[in-house]
Design a protein. Sequence first.
Length: 618
Amino acid sequence: MTHEVHHKKEYQKIAAWLLPISWLLALRSFYEEYHLLDTFYMNEVGPAGHVALSSLILLGISYVLRNYRARLFLPMFAIAISSYTLSLLAIITTNVLPVLQSSFLLVGTIVYVLLVYQTKNKQFWSLVSISTAALFLSLIEPLKLYENYSTLVVSLFLVPVILLIIYEFVGRKIIDLKPYFFWTAHSLLVIIIAGALAFQAFLNYQPLAFLIPLVIYTYSLFKQREEWGKNLFLYSALTQIPILVLLLIKYYTINFDYAQGLAFSTIMIGGLWGASRTEWKARVELFLIAIGMVSLVSFSILHQLDIIDVGMLVVIAAFVIMLLFRRKWELLTILPLFFAALSFYGYSVGLEKPMKIVAYIVVVIILHLVGKFSHTYLFLQEDKKYRIDWFTIVSPVFLFYIDHAILYNDPLWLKLIPYLFFVYLLYMQIGRVKGRVFKNIVMTATALSVLLPYYLVLDHVNVPELIAMEATMLPFIVLTIFLSKKAWSDYSKEMNIIQAIVLVLVAVFIVGDAIESNTLNDAIIVGGLSLLSIIAGMHYRIKSYFFVGIAVLLLNVFLQTKPFWGNLPWWMYLIIGGATLIGFASFYEWQKQRPTREGKTILQEKKEKFLRSFKDWK
């Protein structure tokens, strides 16, 4: 009435929307009377079903009024569609008779198609696709497809297939619906896959059902024109391969574990990569690198390896590294090398010691050779990109494994193997680094590493106690001489300081050992070494060797003649002290009376001459 007689348009618009709501409420009120008379209607149709039927009646009324009251059509049509949508949501979540539930969803699909054509808005095809998917999912219960788990999973996977069939064939005539059915199918497929995997431990279904999503993703792959779409469906399809393999292993209780299943899947995908064309190889490579890394990680965590597993491990690690080199991602080669090394160590634990050591040596040699031929330099920076020889850097890890496997009671030659290999590896890197400073650092590290086998031999050889300290400390002097001549010759000032510090420390340890033992043989050795230091200092004009040698020699003479000086009478010290003072005073007065031409005393002239002689010394 308000809509017909009120002269204000605002009230007419409000009345136009209130009219269908009042009709809907009136139709809803019939349920309160009718459901008491019919238990089937009350229990199986329920309030949600009654609202759906009321909405359909309201929708029919809207079409009847369209020819008589056109202004009432749109509000009544919108309210009918909205109420039917809400009732469908309620029907899905309540205990409505399954056949009726499917019937309401079928009608809902038709209603949404009507909505699309009535509004000319193609976005409403999304409601059509969703209701269609819900319709076919609702058929599972009335058809009792849930009684067999394999049938249930296949039925679920077939729903996206039906949506894609509609996309393919109906979409040829109705182009607007194609994207909505396509992406609804794939969204639903992701949910079904996640649910099937989540309940896989409880539902013992046939894993071959996962061939359906594999086929779906393969089909969708060839429907894509954009690069991101091709990559999305390619990787989705490839992901189904390891899922299918792992589920088949579990279903048929095959004597494989997950690590072996992943490795087998990686090899299968590698075969597809080898058979694919060049444009597809680049796309598959990324997935192969990822699944290969997952396989290597699984070997290092989940599995105790046997010889066959080691073969698969080596093949996968080499394949992943090759792909990384193809993409110029050499920096990432540390990852497959690390996990392969970790897995190989787990395998070697069960080997006998000889086989274990031989295996480690073979791995070190292989890594060294691969690093040498694949990288000219150990470390290189080109165009803001870094290249690192991880093969050579990782190889000392296996030397540590060798050292860990060798016991203290093993032969000396066996213990020397890891140390000599370590020295060799460092020595080979001297020519593989750029820059003088880096070469010097590697040369220094190599020289220091020589001390490892030296001290190992020293620990196993019966060195006489008389020269034990000298044998321990003198190599440091040899080391500083070598480094100052060969490595750091351009830094003579700094090396002279280091040499002096090392020489003093070595002298302190040797003299301290001589004092502690307090034997004539130690005194002779210390005296000989000090004389050798003085001679070397004079010959090579090195101040540190000369003065340290003199200081040690004087200290040695004093210590060895200490009993003599200790037994002199007290008055003898007075005579020696007085004679020394008188001698110095007399000499001082005499040289003052005989100055040189420059007015300097003889003592001053001799002192300056002595100091000038040391100016050219290092």
